[in-house]
Design a protein around this ligand. Structure first.
Ligand code: CA
Length: 220
């Protein structure tokens, strides 16, 4: 899952990015609202983490603008503003959740997972499709009840496909959801990960729709 972090504090930003990377998220980090608006136009993110005190423009005003123009991206405000009135105005401006600094990275990751669940309309924390079960919080995958060891990229790719069992994702769509800015992507990276997943989960679990992309095998 690719997240956009809008945070001007270097130390906090680095800690959040490193912590969320360990949790399997891809994090693109910008330092102000202007840069955030720019990348949101071209890149597909699953969620935005938004600081409020930003150089050159308040995060809350930015959020209001985004919502006014119909942006549906889930937004989690991360800020040191801890007054009840700040939390209320943040949520009422269109934020989906609000976390006060300093916070625990485990709690941040859990709140992100909860928002992503809600966004995909899936109440259960664990994703099940056919004989495969994927647990985003525990980073575990099992097939017919037996645990399967996946690389972090294989895990992220599998989650992407399992969350949209009816959707065919092209190689380009997978790449832009899996890799952040400046990450070197080998031209055959997606094929290599698909190959690894098929080897571990069965050749028929992920289908290659010729000339279009990949999807998980539909339930019968
Ligand atoms: Ca700040």
């Amino acid at each position: 899952m690719r997240l956009l972090l809008v945070e001007d504090d270097t130390m906090i930003g680095e800690a959040i990015r490193a912590g969320l990377k360990r949790e399997g998220f891809t994090v693109d980090w910008v330092h102000d609202a202007g840069a955030a608006a720019q990348v949101l136009r071209t890149e597909p993110f699953s969620l935005m983490l938004l600081d409020l005190g930003l150089p050159g423009g308040d995060g809350l005003a930015f959020l209001k603008t985004l919502r006014q123009r119909g942006e549906e991206l889930p937004v989690l405000i991360i800020t040191a503003r801890d007054a009840v009135s700040d939390r209320v105005s943040g949520l009422d401006a269109g934020a989906d959740d609000y976390l006060i600094k300093p916070f625990d990275l485990d709690e941040l990751a859990a709140r992100i997972r909860a928002l992503l669940r809600r966004k995909s309309g899936r109440p259960a924390p664990v994703i099940t499709h056919l004989s495969v079960v994927l647990d985003p919080a525990a980073h575990r995958v099992s097939r017919d009840g037996t645990e399967v060891a996946l690389s972090p990229r294989e895990f992220a790719l599998l989650q992407l496909l399992m969350e949209r069992p009816g959707t065919i994702l092209s190689r380009a769509q997978i790449e832009e959801r899996l890799y952040g800015f400046g990450e070197e992507v080998e031209s055959n990276a997606v094929e290599v990960h698909i190959h690894g997943l098929r080897r571990k989960l069965g050749a028929q679990f992920i289908l290659n729709v010729r000339g279009v992309g990949y999807r998980v095998r539909p339930a019968p």
